[in-house]
Ligand binder design. Structure first.
Ligand SMILES: C[S@@+](CC[C@H](N)C(=O)[O-])C[C@H]1O[C@@H](n2cnc3c(N)ncnc32)[C@H](O)[C@@H]1O
Length: 317
């Protein structure tokens, strides 16, 4: 499937065929791509759909939306906003039921590779990290006022970083020097502060990796918006409709896994009550599986190494 190493500025779609195969069960359905990116999945979904079908594609990123709007296909309905708005967006379209919802979580390669977006500790750039730079606070704005306790929690919980306390203290100490040094507004300086605070190095990993991941997750509310869209996706799916979610780190995969397991499990039965198991409501979801990228894909696209795709099907109407 993948034949060349990813180039900067391009996004090499992960699990392309596997995701589209899992998602599309009928050619005339209404589908949702919650994370358009550069449209790798969306284009492949459209290629499988009939003329009367629809694909509603979301992205927070104005650059992704610009790419989406260049696709001249009347079946594509582009929404600039968070997938957490799915309920309102479907309500505005007559409360339609959908045949599938796809989420390919996290950031895209063009976001990471563009120093001006501030996601990367490898290139110097403004400390922004917003998927949607037209809204909300940038990382620099947040770091300028966040209190030390909250900073420790974010770095520890979203970065799973052992040196969260030391890193947060170093950032707060740097902030106290703003009068002399100016505010902390560049990715390179943040990466250097983190590197000095991290005492033991993980093999093959930049010391700033975990802290940058943590701040990015916080700034974009990534783990807060995920449960919202999962809940709405489930309630919006028609019978037989599919939920397909690709995660890139254990924190988001854990949320997806627990959600699917909780909705695929039969409710606990109180044996003292005169109720037969057959009379209890069935769980709304059935888990269909979990897929990882194969060796060839991982060799061509290192991002695919950490990808896990979970697939579930709505059982009840
Ligand atoms: C991994 S990329 C998706 C790549 C896409 N599947 C493709 O093949 O080109 C993730 C994209 O989702 C967007 N995104 C992440 N969280 C989002 C959210 N809560 N709402 C809308 N878009 C989001 C990001 O801005 C990014 O463009």
């Amino acid at each position: 499937m993948a034949s060349a190493i990813e180039k900067p500025g391009q996004h090499r779609t992960v699990l392309l065929d596997e995701a589209v195969d899992a998602l599309v069960t009928r050619a005339d359905g209404i589908y949702v791509d919650g994370t358009f990116g550069r449209g790798g999945h969306s284009r492949a979904v459209l290629a499988r759909l009939a003329p009367a079908a629809r694909l509603i594609a979301f992205d927070k990123d104005p650059q992704a939306i610009e790419v989406a709007r260049q696709i001249a296909d009347p079946r594509l309905d582009v929404v600039h906003g968070s997938f957490a708005q799915l309920r309102d967006v479907l309500a505005a379209r007559g409360g339609v039921r959908v045949s599938g919802v796809l989420l390919d979580l996290g950031v895209s390669s063009p976001q990471i590779d563009d120093p001006a977006r501030g996601f990367s500790f490898r290139h110097d750039g403004p400390l922004d990290m917003r998927m949607d730079p037209t809204r909300g606070e940038s990382a620099a704005q947040w770091l300028a006022h966040v209190d030390e306790r909250e900073l420790i929690e974010v770095i520890r919980d979203y970065g799973e970083e052992r040196f969260a306390v030391q890193i947060a203290k170093a950032i707060v100490a740097r902030r106290a020097e703003s009068g002399r040094l100016g505010p902390l507004v560049r990715t390179r300086e943040l990466a250097e502060i983190v590197a000095r605070a991290v005492k033991t190095r993980e093999k093959g990993q930049d010391p700033a990796t975990r802290t940058f991941q943590a701040i990015r997750i916080h700034i974009n509310q990534e783990l807060a918006e995920l449960p919202v869209v999962l809940e709405t996706a489930l309630e919006s799916l028609e019978q037989g409709g599919r939920l397909v979610v690709i995660s890139f780190h254990s924190l988001e995969d854990r949320i997806v896994k627990r959600f699917l397991q909780s909705r695929a499990r039969a409710p606990a039965m109180d044996r003292r009550l005169p109720i037969r198991a057959a009379d209890l409501p069935s769980p709304p979801l059935r888990i269909l599986g979990r897929v990882f990228a194969g060796e060839a894909e991982v060799a061509a696209n290192p991002r695919a190494r950490s990808a896990v795709m979970r697939i579930a099907e709505r059982v009840l109407a």
